[in-house]
Design a protein around this ligand. Structure first.
Ligand code: ATP
Length: 637
């Protein structure tokens, strides 16, 4: 049997274009949204206490005083609501008493003063609570964002290769963070709504117990109408979400600078605009249709509400007529029922939203739990790697990327001695970069170990280890900073050393052309920012590696984007750098490998050859084969 829904789902909106276009991947937003459309009342009720406690804990963490203030003031405001309602009976009693009107008004004054005090206090307390609640929002945002970024920057690198983890991260980042403050604010609204309802119910209970069912009778149609309207709006958003995502993809293509040249070269403007226009027109029609249906639904809600109110007044009339209830009590009851009704409508809305935001907040919490378990594997006593090592050894290292079918490295052993240039050579995907990252302690091997002298990397402080290594990376980052900051990267700024590193990499020619020299911002998003070519960035990345004067320099394809002259100069410089330091060089330019002290040749994650250039050429294996191919290309030319 199909489970009963919270309330009947609004007729499915027809989005005709959706059937014609390629299907989009279901992202988590849609999954949660669909879950929500099918949610039952009991499910919401079961999940709510845990959600309330999670969000209050978060609020407490963000700011205890504001959390206590918003909850405390709301509770006290509820007491004043009850008090004000009860005091109203006193006013009405005096006004409905026998006697001349001026005397009746005079008699009502003390009770009126109490009503005024109660409602003023209630208003002031609510304002104070609202202020504290609003103060919580930015504080919560800050807490959750900082926690997320602390985790993303500290998890092991391998975690970021795991697609499941990346998916969790994207979910936490996209909606999870935003929903954290919303879930807290709606939780406070739930508590406020509950307090208002209990306050009104309390007053009615004191006035006459029979009034409580009357409150429920009037409140239920209002709550039903509020829920139905909200759900209808929600379902429309859900049905249109795919179309909106498509429009967003098209909008990106039409506005993004990276695609601008191709949009023009391939003259696809009309096609993009045409598709966008069709989707937008379609959405407009759907929205107009839904607005009409929502108006009908609201009208039905209002009609039900009218019937319920008429029934309540009828019941009150009967009670008055039978003398079960005095007129003053009935007058106050009308006020209390109104108060209770609006609190219940707010409560229903807040519960709905708390539940919805809670689903996304759950994603955030799930990510935090998962990321906390993927931090650096630290032992109790972390060792400091030797500053001046004599050898770095990888011993039978095996490593498989998360989710990969086969190992990227399989029983690899290499040795790097101080002062040597060691080259790693092999075809694409043979494992060179992976090995370099393992030697640098960025990945932990699945088996085998890496030792700097006698110290196993399992036992060293990873941050200290990384301080001892300089990297010229294949996929270097274009840091949105000045050229100087791109070189020093957090190290002390020593002018002469910056000059030396920049000259060594050939970046001096690049910087000489820039308007503000070393102090030019290398990102077009900044005022006066400049843009560099791929090769110019590569020179700067090399300067960064040289500036970080450390005992091990890892150069991963440092010359892929360089022109012939710059490449030659760079390899000369790399050789000179090995004076007392060790260089691990990964390159496909085998002519530059000739001068390495030793060469390791990798194939499918294994070391298949090892030796000097001359030894490997004499062995006539894979290295000689690759070298011969490259040399023949030059000879033919
Ligand atoms: N982040 C990753 N997640 C999963 N697999 C990866 C990842 N990075 C690399 N691999 C796989 O590991 C193997 C070795 O890759 P690696 O980057 O070490 O090769 P490489 O020898 O440096 O290649 P290239 O010469 O193309 O730079 C390849 O099969 C590659 O597909």
């Amino acid at each position: 049997m199909r489970p009963k829904r919270l309330f009947r789902r609004a007729r499915k909106t027809r989005v005709p274009l959706e059937d014609e276009l390629p299907k989009l991947v279901q992202n988590r937003w849609i999954v949660h949204a669909s879950e929500l459309a099918e949610t039952k009342v009991t499910q919401v009720a079961r999940r709510l206490p845990a959600l309330i406690s999670q969000s209050l804990r978060l609020a407490w963490q963000a700011n205890r005083r504001d959390t206590a203030t918003t909850i405390g003031l709301n509770l006290v405001a509820g007491v004043f609501t009850t008090f004000g309602l009860l005091a109203t009976t006193g006013v009405l009693n005096a006004l409905f008493a026998a006697g001349p009107t001026p005397d009746k008004v005079r008699g009502a004054l003390p009770a009126l003063a109490l009503v005024a005090v109660a409602y003023t206090a209630q208003g002031a307390l609510r304002t104070g609570a609202g202020w504290a609640q609003a103060r919580l929002e930015p504080q919560i945002e800050q807490v959750v964002e900082m926690r997320l970024y602390e985790l993303t920057t500290s998890v092991q690198l391998a975690a970021l290769d795991d697609s499941e983890f990346l998916d969790e991260l994207n979910r936490a980042r996209s909606r999870g963070i935003m929903s954290a403050s919303s879930v807290v604010l709606y939780t406070v609204d739930v508590l406020t709504g509950l307090v208002g309802l209990v306050a009104a119910a309390g007053a009615l209970g004191v006035l006459h117990p029979i009034l409580l069912p009357l409150l429920i009778l009037t409140a239920v149609p209002e709550a039903w109408a509020a829920m139905r309207a909200a759900r209808m709006r929600y379902n429309v958003q859900l049905e249109l979400s795919a179309s909106r995502r498509r429009r967003w993809i098209l909008a990106e293509l039409m506005t993004n600078r990276n695609q601008a040249a191709e949009v023009r070269s391939f003259t696809v403007r009309d096609m993009l605009l045409g598709q966008y226009g069709r989707l937008a027109r379609n959405e407009r029609d759907v929205e107009l249709d839904v607005t009409r249906r929502m108006t009908y639904a609201r009208a039905a809600g209002e009609a039900l509400q009218g019937v319920a109110t008429a029934l309540v007044y009828l019941a009150l009339g009967v009670l008055l007529w039978r003398g079960v209830m005095p007129l003053a009590v009935a007058g106050t009851a009308v006020l209390a029922i109104r108060t209770g009704k609006s609190s219940l409508a707010n409560l229903v809305y807040a519960v709905n939203r708390t539940y919805e935001e809670g689903l996304y907040f759950g994603d955030y919490l799930e990510f935090c739990a998962s990321a906390s378990g993927r931090g650096p594997a630290r032992t109790d006593e972390l060792l400091v790697p030797p500053r001046h090592f004599s050898t770095i050894v990888a011993d039978e290292v095996t490593f498989t990327y998360p989710g990969a079918d086969s190992p990227a490295l399989n029983g690899v052993s290499v040795e790097l001695r101080q002062g040597e240039v060691i080259a790693l050579v092999g075809e694409n995907g043979s494992g060179k970069t992976t090995l370099a990252k393992i030697l640098a302690g960025l990945y932990d091997p699945d088996s085998g170990e890496v030792r700097w002298d006698d110290v196993s990397l399992w036992r060293v402080d990873p941050d200290v280890l990384r301080e001892r290594i300089a990297v010229i990376a294949q996929d270097h980052t274009h840091w949105p900073m000045t050229a100087r900051q791109n070189v020093i990267m957090g190290r002390p700024d020593v002018d002469e050393l910056v000059d030396l590193a920049i000259a060594a990499s050939g970046a001096d020619e690049v910087l000489a052309e820039l308007k503000h020299g070393y102090d030019t911002l290398l990102d077009k998003r900044f005022f006066d920012g400049a843009e560099l070519s791929g090769g110019q960035w590569q020179r700067l990345a090399a300067a960064r590696g040289f500036y970080r004067d450390e005992p091990l320099l890892i150069c991963d394809e440092p010359s892929a984007a360089l022109d012939a002259r710059a490449e030659h100069a760079l390899f000369e410089r790399i050789r000179a750098h090995a004076d007392g330091r060790t260089v691990l060089l990964i390159t496909h330019r085998l002519a530059s490998v000739r001068h390495a002290d030793r060469v390791y040749v990798l194939d499918h994650g294994k070391v298949v050859e090892h030796g000097t250039h001359d030894q490997l050429m004499a062995a006539d294996g894979l290295y000689a084969d690759l070298y011969g191919l490259q040399a023949s290309a030059y000879r033919t030319a």
